[in-house]
Design a protein around this ligand. Structure first.
Ligand SMILES: [Zn+2]
Ligand SMILES: [Zn+2]
Ligand SMILES: [Zn+2]
Length: 640
C-alpha cells in the first residue's frame, strides 16, 4: 500500500527531533523556540528586524528577520504573521525549517511580504498533527534539497518539502515549493492502528508552483484525502525518468475537484493527476506526462473548462471502474497519446479484469483526440460502452463493438472501411456558417457549395448546386458573356453564386448589314448583287455574286441599247421595197425646199400619214425618212 513508502519520511523527521535541546521538552510555559532560544513575550530585535510574541493571542510576528536556525512552535492554534522580507534558513543543514509540535498553524502573509524557509536535509515545514492554513497577498517559499545516505540501511533519504499531518489550505497567497522528494505531502497516519485519516488540500484564489524535478516523487501527495483547486494558478513539475513512476503532479487517494474560471493548471512530468475521481468544472487544465495524464479510478467527469491531457506513452484520459464523461456546451477537451497500445480516452486499463471498465464513456462536448488508438469503451453492455450526446459525432466514423469475454465488450470508432479510427479526430456537434465556399467546374456547367463546420473545422458539408445560365453572345466588335448562376438550399436557407465566362469577340458575328457595290448587269457589262457590309465593323459579312451580262436587244441588226451589230442579222429585202415605197411617197419636193430640220419635222409629220399598224414599221419609216433628209442635206451643201 502507498502509505508504507512514507515511513521513510517519518523516520527522517524523527531523526531531526533528536536534535532538539533537552530544555525544549522541559519548558512547559515556553511557546516558541527561535534563534536558538526560547522566545520572550513582546518584541525581540534580531539583526535589522524584529520578532514579536503575543502569547495570549498565540501570535508570532516576523518582520524583516533573517533567521539562521529553526523555529519550533510548541502549541496548537498559533498564527505566524510575516511582514516585510523574512527567511528561516538554518545554518545547520540537519535542522528543520519550521516545526509545529502540536496541532495547527496559520501563516498570514501581509501584502507583498515574503517568508522563505529553506532546510537542506529535512522538511522546510513539518506539522505532524495539525492543519496548515496559508493566507494573504504575500509569498511563502519553501525549499528542501539535501539527502542523507544511511549506510546500514543502504538507503538514500530525502524529505518532503512541506509535510502536514492534516489539512492544507492556501488562500490568496503565492506558495512556491521546490524539493527533491514530495513537494506537498499530507497524511494523517496512525502507526499503531496502521490507519490513515483523510486530509484535504484546498487551493483557492492562490498561486502555487511546485517543482520537484530534482527528485523522482510527486509534486502533491494527499493520502486518503481530497484536493480542491479553485480559481488558482497551479503549476507542478516532476521528473521524467524511466526507472521511477512516482513523478505524479497530483497523487490523491480521494477525489480531485477543479473549478473556478480563474483556475489555470499546468503540469509536466512523469505522470499526471491520479485520484479516486477527477472532476473538472471550469478553468484551464493542461497536463503533459509520460504516463497516464488524467486518471480517475472511479471516473473522470468533465463538465466545463478547457482541458488538454497529453501522454507520451499511456492513456491521456482514463477512468477504470467509473464513467468517463465529458459534457458542457463550452467544454473543450483535447486528449493526445503517443502510445502504440493505449487509447487517448478509455474507461479500462485492464479490460480482462472483471472489476475494471464497466463505467463506459459518454461524450457530449467538443473533444479532439489524437493517437494510434483514439477512444476505447469497455463495458458489459456494448450499446452503452460509448454514448454520444445528441447530434455529436466523429465525421465519417461509426462505432464498432467486439466481444472481449463473456462479460465484456470493447467499443471503438471505425472509419467508412470498418478499420479502427487512428490519427486524429474530433467529436463534434457541427455548426455551419453562412458563407460557403463555391467550387465551379471550369466551364460553369456544375458547382458545389462547401459549408465547413465552424465549431472545429473537422467536417465540411458539400452541397451540389443547380445551375442556370444566361448568355449575351459576342459580336464582331464586342465580347459576350455567359453568366452561370448556382443555387443551393442548405439548412433551410438559399445560397447562390455566379460565375461569368467571357465569350471572345467573334469576327464573324456581324450585326446589321447594308448592301454595297451592287450593280445591274447590262448588255455590255456584268452586274453585281452587292456585298452585305456590317454596319458595326465595316467588313463584308456576305460577298455578292456576279450577275451575268444581259443579252443585246437587237432590232434590225443592231442592239437597241448599246448599238452593237447583230452578227446574225440578215437584212430583209422586201421590207426595203416597202420602205422605198414609203419614202417615194414622201413629198420629196417639200423636203428639198426645206432645211434639214424642217425635213426632220416633215419626216415626223410624214409618220402620221402612213398607218403601218406596227411600231417597228413606224420606226423603220422614220429612219428611212431621216436617211432621205440626210441625202437632201448633202445635196444642198453641194449646191451651195
Ligand atoms: Zn464539427
Ligand atoms: Zn461586323
Ligand atoms: Zn447591247
Amino acid at each position: 500500500m502507498r502509505t508504507k513508502k512514507w515511513a521513510v519520511a517519518l523516520l527522517a523527521v524523527a531523526l531531526m527531533l533528536c536534535l532538539l535541546p533537552t530544555a525544549a521538552f522541559a519548558a512547559g510555559n515556553n511557546l516558541v523556540w527561535l534563534n536558538n532560544a526560547w522566545l520572550s513575550e513582546g518584541e525581540t530585535t534580531i539583526g535589522e528586524g524584529k520578532v514579536t510574541l503575543d502569547a495570549e493571542n498565540k501570535t508570532l510576528t516576523l518582520e524583516n528577520v533573517a533567521l539562521t536556525s529553526w523555529v519550533d512552535i510548541e502549541t496548537d492554534g498559533f498564527t505566524l504573521i510575516a511582514k516585510g522580507t523574512n527567511s528561516i534558513i538554518p545554518s545547520n543543514n540537519n535542522e528543520l525549517g519550521l516545526y509545529v509540535r502540536q496541532g495547527s498553524l496559520k501563516i498570514v502573509l501581509e501584502e507583498s511580504a515574503s517568508l522563505t524557509i529553506s532546510a537542506e536535509t529535512s522538511n522546510a515545514i513539518y506539522i505532524p498533527s495539525g492543519d496548515l492554513n496559508v493566507s494573504g497577498a504575500g509569498t511563502l517559499t519553501l525549499e528542501t534539497d539535501g539527502e542523507i545516505y544511511d549506510e546500514d540501511a543502504e538507503e538514500v533519504y530525502r524529505w518532503p518539502t512541506l509535510y502536514v499531518g492534516g489539512d492544507v489550505t492556501i488562500e490568496d497567497a503565492t506558495l512556491n515549493i521546490t524539493g527533491n522528494q514530495v513537494g506537498l505531502f499530507t497524511e494523517i497516519y496512525d502507526e499503531v492502528e496502521d490507519e490513515s485519516t483523510p486530509t484535504e488540500i484546498t487551493m483557492r484564489n492562490a498561486t502555487v508552483n511546485i517543482d520537484v524535478t530534482a527528485g523522482t516523487n510527486q509534486a502533491v501527495f494527499c493520502a486518503l484525502g481530497s484536493v480542491t483547486i479553485e480559481d488558482t494558478a497551479l503549476t507542478t513539475k516532476t521528473k521524467v525518468t524511466s526507472e521511477e513512476i512516482e513523478g505524479y503532479g497530483l497523487y490523491v487517494v480521494g477525489p480531485i475537484l477543479i473549478k473556478g474560471e480563474k483556475t489555470d493548471i499546468k503540469h509536466t512530468g512523469a505522470v499526471g493527476f491520479d485520484a479516486d475521481s477527477i472532476t473538472i468544472e471550469s478553468g484551464k487544465v493542461d497536463v503533459k506526462s509520460n504516463g497516464t495524464a488524467l486518471l480517475g479510478y472511479n471516473g473522470v467527469t468533465i463538465t466545463g473548462g478547457t482541458v488538454k491531457a497529453e501522454s507520451e506513452d499511456s492513456y491521456a484520459i482514463l477512468g477504470t471502474k467509473g464513467l468517463v464523461s465529458v459534457t458542457g456546451a463550452s467544454t473543450e477537451v483535447t486528449a493526445i497519446t503517443g502510445s502504440e497500445v493505449y487509447a487517448a480516452i478509455s474507461n479500462a486499463n485492464n479490460p480482462s479484469n472483471p472489476d475494471f471498465g464497466d463505467g463506459g464513456i459518454h461524450l457530449d462536448a467538443k473533444i479532439t483526440v489524437e493517437g494510434k488508438n483514439l477512444i476505447v469503451g469497455v463495458k458489459k453492455d456494448a450499446e452503452a460502452a460509448i454514448t454520444l450526446g445528441e447530434d455529436f459525432e466523429i465525421a465519417g466514423a461509426t462505432l464498432k463493438s467486439e466481444s472481449l469475454s463473456s462479460t465484456k465488450t470493447k467499443t471503438y470508432f471505425v472509419d467508412e472501411e470498418g478499420n479502427a479510427l487512428t490519427g486524429s479526430a474530433v467529436v463534434c456537434k457541427h455548426t455551419f456558417g453562412e458563407t460557403p465556399t463555391w467550387t465551379w467546374a471550369e466551364d460553369g456547367s456544375s458547382a458545389t457549395a462547401s459549408f465547413p463546420c465552424t465549431e472545429s473545422g473537422d467536417y465540411t458539408e458539400v452541397v451540389n448546386a443547380t445551375i442556370t445560365s444566361e448568355t449575351t453572345p459576342a459580336t464582331c466588335i464586342a465580347a459576350g458573356k455567359t453568366v452561370y448562376t448556382a443555387k443551393v438550399t442548405f439548412g433551410g436557407k438559399e445560397y447562390s453564386d455566379v460565375k461569368e465566362i467571357t465569350l471572345a469577340i467573334d469576327e464573324d458575328a456581324h450585326g446589321e448589314t447594308e448592301l454595297k457595290n451592287a450593280k445591274e448587269a447590262t448588255c455590255t457589262e456584268k452586274g453585281y448583287t452587292g456585298d452585305k457590309v456590317c454596319k458595326d465593323c465595316g467588313k463584308v459579312a456576305e460577298a455578292g455574286e456576279e450577275i451575268p451580262m444581259k443579252e443585246h436587244t437587237f432590232v434590225n441588226g443592231k442592239c437597241e441599247v448599246c448599238g452593237a451589230d447583230d452578227p446574225n442579222y440578215v437584212p430583209d429585202t422586201s421590207s426595203d421595197d416597202t420602205s422605198s415605197d414609203v419614202s417615194s411617197d414622201t413629198p420629196s419636193d417639200d423636203a428639198s425646199s426645206d432645211d434639214a430640220s424642217s425635213v426632220a419635222s416633215s419626216g415626223t409629220d410624214s409618220s402620221e400619214t402612213p398607218d403601218t399598224g406596227s411600231s417597228s414599221a413606224l420606226i423603220w419609216l422614220l429612219l428611212a425618212a431621216a436617211c432621205v433628209g440626210g441625202t437632201v442635206l448633202v445635196l444642198r451643201k453641194r449646191n451651195a
